[in-house]
Design a protein around this ligand. Structure first.
Ligand code: ADP
Length: 481
């Protein structure tokens, strides 16, 4: 990795140029595993965002008019460069937000795939020809790029959330202004260094880092931005939806989740336990599709808890930069306080601690992988997103009962269940009120399938052909001759 990241101020990328914040302001990005400075980064605001939007708006007609194949060439080059630079990108992710390096490498592979898949999918943006009601009329439907896009992304998947938006937007013919999370700008900056090497036309891709409030406001208020795409918390998403109403801007929202994970008595318990480990402890539980509530059928509860506790106890906590680490730190003090509170609250309300339950050491951001049995709906952990390595375990007796419990939430992003009964797999999958359902599958995310939530988990989908649709407008043309 280039050591200069530790000393040189990292900048914004506007209209094909690297630039300081106009105020000269910078801030330090800290490594949650060591508390050391990873990078010093320019801290931009309204003016920089305005310029970036102008650049995207000026570039839009020229980018939109390229053929899909021409746009695909750029995206494919970026895909190839990302894979070549996998290690440097992955290390930056681990240094900035703590995830184990193996997971960071996996994130870069997936992130790159979003570019390749959308580059190809862009070639299949079809219109329609509608049967006419008159011999002298022709009715056509065109799909056109929506316009310059404002994107706001979170810190838990700093690179793949960016390319999951950038890929379909650019493939559809849109231009792009991105604000990454303030905690994880370095990996976005590294990606933009690769973007610079690909030589996208000036203004097609712009990076603004800094004040969430000011950058977000400018994206919302500037009429040149035609679409907002956001991944983050439901609270911020609601605010953005409200603000978007002023100009009726199109929005895609990928918000919070509260995933149920159901283990039926007929399941392969070994596979189900492995699924829990991946779903709950990957990224230290800091993903929006993470298991939040673990429902185990009463007849297999004791057996499953023993099996699972053994697996949880064998997880290796540590600095994500070490190859053998399986569970890294949480992202910051606020995150760990929330987890500590939820554990304390659960134990006060009758939860039984099977393992973990506390920080590894005081003054550190590592939290032990935790299992709490005898969980009940009145605990905060049962309805608030945890975003940490803690799984509450509930028991149930019947299929109907667990479906009702699983659906009892305002969220509707991902749900999982394990069973070997074919009929049950169909019944339960259809009744779960979630955008994504994993049946005997704890890792359903792939680039070619639609990802997104129902209820308060969001609007729109990312990935699949649905992901490209989000960046297109439908135009109906009636031709009389
Ligand atoms: P997370 O905790 O996953 O980062 P947030 O919703 O807090 O979720 O943040 C997601 C992204 O939204 C980040 O890039 C953050 O800086 C940005 N953000 C936070 N508050 C606002 C806001 N008021 N307006 C625009 N963007 C915001």
């Amino acid at each position: 990795m280039n050591n200069s990241i530790k000393t040189k101020t990292k900048k914004l990328f506007i209209n094909g140029e690297w630039t300081e914040a106009f105020s000269g302001k910078t801030y330090d990005v800290l490594n949650p595993a060591t508390n050391k400075v990873v990078a010093t980064v320019a801290y931009g605001s309204t003016e920089e965002t305005r310029l970036a939007i102008k650049a995207a708006n000026d570039a839009f007609p020229k980018w939109a008019v390229l053929t899909a194949k021409e746009r695909a060439v750029y995206l494919t080059k970026l895909y190839e460069l990302m894979l070549k630079e996998k290690e440097s990108l992955a290390k930056l992710i681990t240094l900035e937000m703590g995830k184990p390096i193996k997971e960071a490498r996996g994130e870069i592979e997936l992130a790159a795939e979003y570019l390749l898949w959308n580059a190809e999918e862009g070639k299949r943006i079809y219109g329609e020809s509608i049967p006419s009601s008159s011999p002298s009329k022709r009715l056509q439907v065109l799909k056109q790029p929506i316009g310059p896009v404002g994107a706001i992304t979170p810190w838990n998947f700093p690179v793949s959330m960016l390319t999951r938006k950038l890929g379909p937007a650019l493939a559809a013919g849109c231009t792009f202004v991105i604000k990454p999370a303030s905690k994880t700008p370095s990996s976005a900056i590294r990606l933009f260094e690769l973007i610079e090497q690909v030589k996208f036309p000036k203004g097609v891709l712009n990076l603004v880092i800094g004040s969430s409030k000011h950058i977000g406001n400018e994206m919302m208020e500037n009429p040149a931005i035609k679409k907002i795409t956001f991944t983050g918390s439901t609270a911020v998403g609601k605010k953005l939806i409200e603000e978007s109403s002023q100009q009726v801007k199109k929005v895609s929202m990928e918000l919070g989740g509260h995933a149920p994970f159901i283990v039926f008595e007929d399941a392969n318990l070994e596979e189900a336990a492995e699924g829990v480990i991946i779903s709950k402890y990957r990224n230290s539980g800091q993903t929006c599709i993470c298991l939040n509530r673990l429902y185990v059928q009463k007849s297999v509860k004791d057996r499953f808890e023993i099996l699972l506790t053994e697996k949880v106890n064998s997880l290796k906590i540590g600095d994500g930069i070490e190859e053998s680490t399986e569970v890294g730190p949480l992202v910051d003090e606020e995150a760990i306080k929330k987890v500590e509170y939820q554990v304390e609250d659960a134990l006060e309300k009758g939860g039984v601690l099977l393992t973990g339950g506390k920080r590894r050491n005081a003054n550190e951001l590592f939290f032990e992988p935790t299992l709490i049995s005898n969980a009940s709906p009145d605990m905060e952990i049962s309805y608030e997103e945890t975003f940490g390595p803690v799984a509450p375990i509930y028991t149930f007796e019947s299929e109907e009962e667990v479906i009702e419990a699983a659906n009892k939430t305002d969220y509707g992003l991902a749900a999982y269940f394990y069973t070997n009964d074919l009929g049950r797999s169909i019944r339960v999958a259809e009744k779960l009120e979630y955008g994504i359902v994993g049946v005997n599958d704890a890792t359903p995310t792939v680039v070619q399938a639609p990802f997104g939530g129902v209820k308060q988990s969001g609007l729109g989908r990312e990935g699949g052909h649905q992901g490209v649709e989000e960046y297109l407008e439908t135009k109906y043309i009636s031709i009389k001759f």
